[in-house]
Design a protein around this ligand. Structure first.
Ligand code: URA
Length: 264
């Protein structure tokens, strides 16, 4: 199979510039392939075999990139936004975190995302924090988000109000939201219950849902007379938030995490 591709496509994929900018850079003699200056941007090269330098910097090709972000509050789960900072802005601002023994090659450390076609897999509300996968792998995203697959998502929430006695059963039996949408069974665990005599207060809970309807977690608690005041996603399928990541920090997925996602 022909594994070659055009030089301008290679460099544009790696966010060096648009294809026309890359063409101009080549014309100016700023690109070398295997040590020789290449002035024609339509030259075919083979990623992984040919060594490409641009302005003296080596450019390695990445077909797919996978990052786990601990999404901070105040940023939107989008690739572009006129008003707010996006999760893509967050990961392009700083290099990824690396941890001892995470299997990420030395040469890749501290360089950060290269692909220009990265996107967040699904959405978290602007005020929700926690696990968000960012990739350019459309097949994986499709598998994780497909309504047919019911990939479990677990959230930690702080909920204001008093949860009804039978809330666990009601969630487990599938509640109906205010717009009439009937939900699938969801598993609720109450981490810190209210004292009996306390009429209202904050309870900490864990909720696992297999769907991803708009504002689903907040609307589920609204349906039982309570209000979510803090929400954080902890897991999506087999992928668990690395708690070493502070809000706004991210890292590459490990080989093991990627292998587990293959089976979604
Ligand atoms: N449910 C919500 O209400 N908000 C989120 O961000 C995710 C799930």
């Amino acid at each position: 199979m022909d594994k070659s591709m055009r030089l301008d496509r290679f460099l544009a994929d790696m966010a060096v510039g648009t294809r026309s900018q890359v063409k101009e850079m080549a014309r100016q003699g700023r690109i070398q392939v295997n040590g020789a200056t290449v002035k024609k941007a339509d030259t075919r090269i083979e990623p992984g075999r040919d060594v490409v330098f641009c302005d003296g910097q080596r450019i390695d090709y990445a077909k797919n990139e996978y990052y786990m972000l601990n999404k901070p509050q105040g940023v939107v789960s989008a690739t572009e936004d006129n008003l707010h900072e996006t999760v893509l802005d967050v990961i392009r601002k700083n290099p990824p975190r690396t941890f001892e023994g995470d299997g990420i090659e030395e040469g890749q450390r501290a360089r950060g995302p290269r692909r220009k076609d990265l996107f967040p897999v699904g959405r978290l509300d602007i005020d929700t924090q926690g696990l968000l996968l960012i990739t350019n792998d459309g097949d994986l995203a499709h598998r994780l988000l497909s309504p047919k697959r019911h990939v479990d998502k677990t959230y930690f929430a702080k909920v204001e109000g008093r949860l009804p006695e039978d809330v666990k059963e009601r969630f487990w039996n599938g509640i109906t939201l205010s717009d009439g949408a009937g939900l699938m069974p969801a598993k609720l665990e109450i981490v810190t219950p209210l004292e009996k005599e306390e009429p209202r207060g904050i309870q900490e809970v864990l909720l696992t849902i297999g769907e991803g309807k708009f504002h689903q977690v907040k609307r589920m608690f609204e349906a039982v007379g309570c209000r979510v005041v803090f929400l954080k996603r902890l897991s999506m399928g087999s992928l668990k938030l690395d708690e070493r990541l502070k809000p706004g920090e991210y890292r590459e997925l490990t080989k093991e995490e990627l292998a587990m996602l293959e089976h979604v």
